[in-house]
Design a protein around this ligand. Structure first.
Ligand code: NAD
Length: 369
């Protein structure tokens, strides 16, 4: 079998620091022959702009498109604040998502029991929490036409956007949600505002149709987006998989991420359509940015990126044992009180980025022995 191709994009700020720790983890899986990946690395964001004058070169796009999975750390920083909008580091991010056709954004909100105290909610409400939010990423009101700002005959200005979804756009993201649910708790909450929006009515009808035709074994529930926001803070453990549109997903996934306490712990995945060969474009990245306030200080938490790698093992390559091993190693390291600054608790001394990477490696070796 040919080796699966993985493209690593460290990006900017703390990106290079956390990627160095991920590299160690990747190398451990390679040298212990648990994986056989063909790895390459390229520039994105400000790092690419500095060298090539663009945040993402055509060559990097081609590499990303031909890779079996892409791992991206983060982009951006004050150094590029005055750079023209079209070539800002963040433009590289939007461009890679679009070029790879990534329409489903998977944002897990997982609370490791030992970190339940870091949540702003009561520990018993969030301990053991494991939600997956599937957000539609390429449609809806962020892309719908017509859009714009116009001046009305009476001199008033009017801003407008269009919320729009087609059946195929709804089906492809709902497919992802149902498939994920089958690998998890077998339950999907479909979230919209069918009470006030036609696009929400269509969304609900089409999700029901798909479930009836293909996923009768998966439990399907419906919830209005405003109620979902309330339920996420009232009783978050009622959810398994939530599937929703671009706008509601943007808000609800940020809300859900805060249930877990720290930005430095949260991975994400963005997926494209499954080809006939079974291959599916996939980009894995932490939800955090380049953290300019701590970049270069060696204190960033590398776990969100390391957990993004675990997601890749699980979802792109069905390497469940490897993903479980890595997630267990992270969990044990946290339970032993090894914490970077962002997740440190009273009485603990924070460790560096490198020390956190080393602790994960040591635990991997111990678990595998
Ligand atoms: P940010 O996520 O970079 O930082 C927010 C706060 O969280 C900061 O205090 C930071 O120190 C902390 N933090 C983030 N990641 C951490 C980690 N791994 N370990 C410890 N602490 C961590 O968000 P921001 O400050 O709003 O944005 C900074 C830059 O990143 C901007 O240029 C922004 O455009 C960019 N950004 C990029 C992405 C991405 O690459 N996907 C996402 C968000 C923001």
């Amino acid at each position: 079998m040919t080796a699966k191709k993985i493209l690593l994009l460290p990006g900017d700020g703390i990106g290079t620091e956390v990627t160095a720790e991920l590299r160690k983890v990747i190398d451990w899986f390679q040298t212990t022959q648990r994986t056989n990946f063909d790895l390459s690395e390229d520039l994105i964001g400000g790092a690419s702009y500095d060298v090539h004058g663009t945040p993402l070169t055509a060559a990097a796009i081609a590499k990303a498109k031909s890779a079996d999975a892409v791992i991206l750390a983060c982009v951006g920083g004050p150094k590029w604040d005055k750079v023209p909008f079209a070539v800002r580091p963040e433009a590289g991010l939007l461009s890679i998502r679009k070029e790879m056709g990534l329409f489903a954004n998977l944002r897990p909100a997982v609370v490791f029991d030992v970190l339940a105290g870091a949540s702003t909610l009561k520990a018993d409400l969030v301990a053991g929490l494991n939600i997956m939010i599937v957000r539609e990423l390429l449609g809806g009101v962020y892309f719908g036409e017509p859009r714009g700002i116009e001046t009305l005959p009476n001199g008033e200005r009017r801003g407008f956007n269009t919320q729009s979804y087609t059946t195929s756009e709804i089906h492809r993201v709902a497919h992802v949600a149902f498939e994920l649910a089958r690998k998890r708790g077998n339950k999907v909450h479909s979230v919209e505002k069918a009470n006030v929006m036609e696009s929400g009515i269509l969304w609900r009808e089409e999700v029901i149709k798909l479930q009836q035709s293909t996923y009768k074994d998966v439990e399907l529930l419906h919830m209005y987006a405003d109620n979902c926001a309330m339920q996420l803070v009232r009783n978050p453990k009622q959810f398994d998989v939530i599937v929703t549109d671009n706008l509601f997903g943007d808000v609800l996934s940020d809300l859900a991420s805060m249930l877990t306490g720290s930005l430095g712990m949260l991975p994400s995945a963005s997926l494209g359509a499954k080809e006939a060969s079974g291959r599916q474009a996939a980009l894995y990245e932490p939800i955090h940015g380049s953290a300019p306030d701590i970049a270069g200080k060696g204190v960033a938490n590398p776990l969100a990126l390391i957990l993004s790698y675990a997601m890749m093992l699980r979802y792109s390559f069905d390497m469940t044992a490897n993903a479980d091993l890595l997630e267990s190693a992270v969990q044990n390291v946290l339970a032993a009180g090894v914490r970077t600054r962002d997740i440190v608790e009273a009485g603990q001394t924070p460790v560096s980025t490198i020390a956190m990477g080393d602790a994960v490696l040591k635990e991997l070796a111990r678990l595998a022995a």
